[in-house]
Design a binder for this molecule. Structure first.
Ligand code: SF4
Length: 262
């Protein structure tokens, strides 16, 4: 019996299927609950702080003090958040969590001057039909330059990738460019990845050709997901990601790896 297809394809689902089809099945199709990680919860928190910072403070008022005040308010609210509470952090770990969030927000202010930014969208959800699939993405921030060009900004709270892995991390960039073209009628002239931990900015420049290429890759990936669902054939793809995979106990490949190692 065929498995039901996901309703939409996002950059994270595309990456999950590419990394390991079996883990994709457990997470996206079977929806097996996964424990929250402090890294992911902190990332969500910092994104929310920067989102509010832009909504609540117009250009000219985006000071470091204002950013810290937004973080302090959001921190109080976070204490009642189910996912945060599920982390079960003790007092010291919670302080460390907050200090790292403050460091990431302070690093953001070292990367760019938020008062020089004309943001026309924050946490912007875009959805478009691309071939046989509904492509979906959430753009952290969409800017308009004085020349009238669109710039997509994506905040990253992990480390910047090495040159070796940079290309694979640009998949989301191409998805944003394709979504802008489909929904807004033109691709952005730049996609900026702001790595807040380093801190460093990686700038990608989409072209008509790269957008076309990503459209074809998206259709091919969706066809592979359709085939896997139809045949219920989601093969494990062991890699370094197995070390932190939440589905080790369900995975035949992980059991074999363990046996071979012992
Ligand atoms: S343990 Fe490795 S191979 Fe198995 S599901 Fe997880 S990522 Fe895939």
């Amino acid at each position: 019996m065929a498995l039901p297809l996901p309703r939409t394809l996002s950059p994270s689902k595309a990456a999950a299927f590419t990394d390991c089809p079996l883990a994709f099945r457990f997470s996206v199709l079977d929806r097996i609950p996964e424990p929250p990680s402090p890294h992911a919860v902190r990332g969500t928190f910092v994104h929310a702080v920067l989102e509010r910072f832009f909504w609540e403070h117009p250009a000219g008022e985006r000071t470091p003090e204002a950013a810290l005040a937004v973080l302090a308010t959001a921190w109080v609210e976070l204490q009642d958040d189910d996912t945060f509470m599920a982390l079960g952090l003790g007092a010291e770990a919670a302080l460390q969590f907050r200090a790292e969030a403050e460091m990431l927000v302070a690093n953001y202010l070292r990367i760019e001057d938020p008062n020089a930014v004309h943001a026309i969208g924050v946490e912007l959800g875009l959805e478009a039909q691309v071939g046989g699939v509904v492509l979906r993405g959430i753009i952290d921030r969409l800017d308009l330059t004085p020349e009238g060009d669109l710039v997509v900004v994506d905040y990253k709270t992990g480390w910047a990738p090495s040159a070796q892995f940079e290309r694979s991390r640009l998949n989301g960039v191409h998805t944003y460019a394709l979504l802008c073209e489909q929904v807004l009628g033109r691709p952005p002239t730049q996609v900026k990845l702001l790595y807040l931990r380093d801190p460093v900015t990686i700038v990608a420049t989409p072209t008509q050709q790269s957008v076309r290429g990503h459209r074809a890759r998206t259709s091919a990936l969706w066809a592979a997901i359709e085939r896997a669902c139809e045949r219920e054939d989601f093969r494990p793809r062991p890699s370094g990601l197995c070390r932190t995979c939440n589905f080790q106990h369900l995975c035949p490949a992980f059991a074999q790896l363990n046996q071979a190692a012992s």
